[in-house]
Design a protein around this ligand. Structure first.
Ligand code: AMP
Length: 682
C-alpha cells in the first residue's frame, strides 16, 4: 500500500473545510492510488472523537478521490473536527498493518443558520393563512427570530415581511381565493440564513364563508346568529347617533375606551362593499401594480383634499382609542393609541393630530405627509393606516413604533448593541431608501431623528412632506439662497445649488450611518453650520466613530464623495450591507485608533496650547478632571502631548468607560477641527 499523503493543509470558511495535500512519497509501485477521507467530530474537553455522521457532504466525494483536494460542507459551527486523509491502492485491503494517513485538526467558525426546510400550513380562511415550521436542521446558534416574507403569487415586487420569535405565524389581510408565496429564514447572532424554498398556499375562496348552501346547519343556529347580528346592528346605530350628538373626534375616541368591545363595527368609511375589495382597489390603483410604482407629487393635484383621499384611507374617529401623548410634532401632539378596524384585531398605532385653530395651508401641509406616506408600501417605510379628516381633530394614523425616533433611542442605549444589530438597523434604512429612490421620491431630510425604530429593532424611514419637512426640522437652517436645509446632513451640491437627488439622499445616509455607529452623536459636534460647510468644501470628512468596522467607515466615505455620481446607489449599499451581515468576520477589522486619527476631519496638526492653558484645565472643562493625575504621570503633561493621544493610549491609561473615552476623544477631535478652521485660536 502507499505511504501517507503529505503536507496536508486546511482552509476553514464558516462551516466548510477545504483540504489539500501532496501525494505520498511511496505509491507502492502502483498507478492506482486514490484517497479516502475519514471525518471525526471531537469533544474539545474530553478529547473523545466520534464519526461525523451522514450530514457532512464531501465535494466531489469521500472515497476514491483522484485529486489531492476535497471540500467538506454542512459541518457544525464551532466544532472541532479531525480529518484523516488516507492514500489507498489496489492492495490496501490486503495490508494487515496500520493505516497510513495524515490527519488535520480544524475548528469550524460561526455560521448563519441553514434554511428552514419544512413549512406546513395550518388554519386557512378567506383572508388569512397560518403557517408553522421546523427549526433549521443546522441552526448554528440560538435562533433570535424568523423572518417570513410573503407576497401574492406573481406579484413579487410587492411583498410583506413579518418577524416572529415563534415557529408559527398567521398572515392576515390577504385576498380571498388567492395563491400566496411564503419564504422563511432564521436569524442568529451570525446573521440571517438563506431563505427557505418557496411554499405556495391559497386562501379559501370568498364563497366558502358566505356560501348559502349551508342548509344542513340547524335552522335554530341560523336564527340565533341572525338575532345576535340584528341586536348588534341596533346597538351600533344607537351608539353612532350618540357619537354624533356629542360631536365626533376626541369624544368618540373616549367612547371607544368606554366601550372597547363595541368598536367591532368600525371600518373605512368608503368601504361600503367588502373591505377587502376596497383594499385591493387601493393597492391596485397606486402601489401594487408592477411597473407603475412611481411617486406622485400631491402638488400636482389642484385640490389637495383629492390627493389625500386618493392615497389615504378615511378612518372613523370612533375606531381610534387615544392612550397617551408621546411627542410633539410641528402641527400638534403625537399620541399612541389603538385602532380597531372591522374584521381585524385591535392594534397599536401612532396618531398625529392637527392642533385647533389651524390655517388652511397648515391643514394642507399636515395632510400632505399622509398623501405621500400613503403611496408607499415597504417594511422599512413607516406605514400609513389612514387619516381622519371628516371630524376634528384632523389626524394621521400610522403604525406604532415602540422605540420612537432612532437618534434618541441610540443615545439612551449607548454601547448596548452588537455591530451586527447596528448593521441590521442600517440595512433596514438603506432598504427603505432604495424603495423610495426606486419610486422617484427624494427625501431631503434623511437623519436619525427622522427614522423610527420598533420593538424588534426594525428601522423605518419617516417624516415625509413637501416644503414643510425642512421648515419643521429644527436642524434646518436658512441658506443664503433661501430655503431651509439641515446643513450637517446635506450634500454640498444640495446646499450650494439645491440639487436634491437620490445621490444627495445617499450623502445623508452616510451621515445616518455615522450617527448610528456613534450611538446618536451629533455630526460635527458643536461646529457651526458655516464651519461645517467650509470644512466639507475643503475636503474634510467626519472621522470614523469609535470601534467602527473599517468596511462601514469606508462605505460612509463613499457616500460622502464630492462627485455625486461616484457615490454608491442605495441598491449597492443594501447588497454591501447584506454581504457584511452574511459574513460577520468581515466586520471584525475595526478602524484602528491610529488610523482614526489620520482620518480626522482635519489635518494632522498638534492641538496647540492656546485654548486651554494646561491639561488639567482641559480635563476639568470636559468634566474628566479625575484623569488629570494619570495623564501627567504618563507623560501627557502638555496640550501638544495630549494631541497625540489615541484610543489605545486611553485604554492603557485605565480610561475604560466607553462614555469617558468618547468624551475625551471627541473633545480632542473638536479642538483640532476648530484649529484648522481657524475658528478658535488654540
Ligand atoms: P414627527 O412630527 O413625525 O417628527 O414626530 C414627533 C415625535 O413623535 C417623533 O420624534 C417620535 O418620537 C414620535 N413619533 C412619531 N411617529 C411615531 C410612530 N409612528 N411611532 C412612535 N412614535 C412616533
Amino acid at each position: 500500500p502507499p505511504s501517507a499523503p503529505r503536507s496536508a493543509i486546511s482552509n476553514v470558511n464558516e462551516t466548510s473545510v477545504f483540504l489539500e495535500w501532496i501525494p505520498p512519497a511511496d505509491t507502492g509501485g502502483r498507478k492506482d492510488v486514490s484517497y479516502y477521507i475519514a471525518c471525526k467530530k471531537c469533544n474539545s474537553h474530553s478529547g473523545l472523537c466520534e464519526a461525523c455522521g451522514s450530514h457532512v457532504r464531501y465535494l466531489p466525494q469521500q472515497t476514491g478521490l483522484k485529486n489531492t483536494s476535497v471540500m467538506m460542507v454542512d459541518l457544525l459551527a464551532h466544532t472541532n473536527y479531525t480529518f484523516e486523509i488516507e492514500a489507498v491502492n489496489g492492495v490496501s485491503d490486503q495490508n494487515p498493518g496500520a493505516r497510513q494517513f495524515v490527519s488535520v485538526n480544524v475548528t469550524t467558525n460561526q455560521a448563519a443558520p441553514s434554511p428552514v426546510s419544512s413549512v406546513k400550513k395550518g388554519k386557512i380562511t378567506k383572508n388569512s393563512i397560518s403557517l408553522s415550521w421546523q427549526e433549521p436542521d443546522r441552526p448554528n446558534g440560538i435562533i433570535l427570530e424568523y423572518e417570513i416574507k410573503y407576497f401574492e403569487k406573481d406579484e413579487e415586487t410587492s411583498y410583506t415581511i413579518i418577524k416572529s420569535k415563534l415557529t408559527t405565524i398567521t398572515a392576515d389581510g390577504l385576498k380571498p381565493g388567492s395563491a400566496y408565496i411564503f419564504q422563511i429564514r432564521a436569524r442568529t447572532a451570525a446573521g440571517y440564513g438563506g431563505f427557505s424554498r418557496r411554499f405556495e398556499f391559497e386562501t379559501s375562496p370568498v364563497s366558502v364563508a358566505a356560501s348559502s348552501d349551508q342548509s344542513q346547519i340547524p335552522i335554530i343556529v341560523v336564527s340565533v346568529t341572525v338575532g345576535v347580528i340584528l341586536l348588534a346592528v341596533v346597538i351600533g346605530f344607537l351608539l353612532s347617533g350618540s357619537c354624533c350628538d356629542h360631536g365626533c373626534g376626541w369624544a368618540s375616541s373616549l367612547r371607544a375606551v368606554a366601550y372597547p368591545n363595541l368598536t367591532w363595527r368600525c371600518g373605512y368609511s368608503k368601504a361600503k362593499q367588502d373591505p377587502e375589495e376596497e383594499k385591493m382597489h387601493f393597492h391596485n390603483g397606486h402601489i401594487k401594480l408592477p411597473g407603475v410604482r412611481t411617486y406622485i407629487d400631491p402638488h400636482t393635484y389642484e385640490d389637495p383634499n383629492q390627493a389625500v383621499h386618493e392615497f389615504a384611507k378615511e378612518i372613523e374617529a370612533s375606531c381610534i382609542t387615544i392612550e397617551r401623548v408621546i411627542g410633539a410634532g410641528e402641527f400638534g401632539e403625537v399620541c399612541s393609541g389603538r385602532l380597531k378596524l372591522q374584521g381585524k384585531r385591535e392594534f397599536p398605532v401612532a396618531i398625529k393630530t392637527l392642533k385647533v385653530g389651524y390655517t388652511e395651508k397648515q391643514r394642507r401641509d399636515f395632510l400632505g405627509e399622509a398623501s405621500i406616506m400613503g403611496q408607499f408600501d415597504h417594511p422599512n417605510i413607516i406605514h400609513l393606516e389612514g387619516v381622519v379628516t371628516k371630524s376634528k381633530p384632523v389626524m394621521i394614523v400610522t403604525e406604532y413604533m415602540e422605540n420612537g425616533s432612532l437618534d434618541t433611542f441610540l443615545k439612551k442605549n449607548d454601547g448596548q448593541f452588537t455591530v451586527i444589530q447596528l448593521v441590521g438597523m442600517l440595512r433596514g434604512i438603506a432598504s427603505g431608501m432604495k424603495y423610495l429612490s426606486d419610486m422617484g421620491y427624494v427625501h431631503r431630510d434623511l437623519a436619525a431623528r427622522n427614522i423610527l425604530i420598533n420593538s424588534n429593532l426594525v428601522c423605518k424611514v419617516s417624516d415625509f412632506g413637501l416644503s414643510r419637512v425642512l421648515e419643521d426640522d429644527p436642524e434646518a437652517a436658512y441658506t443664503t439662497r433661501g430655503g431651509k436645509i439641515p446643513i450637517r446632513w446635506t450634500a454640498p451640491e444640495a446646499i450650494a445649488f439645491r440639487k436634491f437627488t437620490s445621490a444627495s439622499d445617499v450623502w445623508s445616509y452616510g451621515i445616518v450611518m455615522w450617527e448610528v455607529m456613534s450611538y446618536g452623536e451629533r455630526p460635527y459636534w458643536e461646529m457651526t453650520n458655516q464651519d461645517v460647510i467650509k470644512a466639507v468644501e475643503e475636503g474634510y470628512r467626519l472621522p470614523s466613530p469609535m470601534d467602527c468596522p473599517a468596511a462601514l467607515y469606508q462605505l460612509m466615505l463613499d457616500c460622502w464623495q464630492k462627485d455625486r455620481n461616484s457615490r454608491p446607489k442605495f441598491d449597492e449599499i443594501v447588497s454591501m450591507l447584506d454581504k457584511l451581515i452574511r459574513n460577520p468576520s468581515s466586520l471584525k477589522t475595526l478602524v484602528n485608533a491610529s488610523s482614526r486619527v489620520s482620518n480626522l476631519l482635519v489635518e494632522h496638526s498638534p492641538v496647540g496650547s492656546g485654548a486651554y492653558r494646561s491639561v488639567g484645565e482641559w480635563l476639568e472643562a470636559i468634566k474628566m478632571g479625575r484623569y488629570t493625575e494619570i495623564f501627567m504621570e504618563n507623560g501627557y503633561s502638555s496640550m501638544d502631548a495630549v494631541a497625540q493621544v489615541t484610543l489605545e493610549d486611553l485604554r492603557r491609561l485605565g480610561v475604560t468607560l466607553v462614555g469617558h473615552q468618547k468624551k475625551i476623544m471627541n473633545s480632542l477631535q473638536e479642538m483640532k477641527v476648530q484649529l484648522v478652521n481657524g475658528m478658535v485660536p488654540l
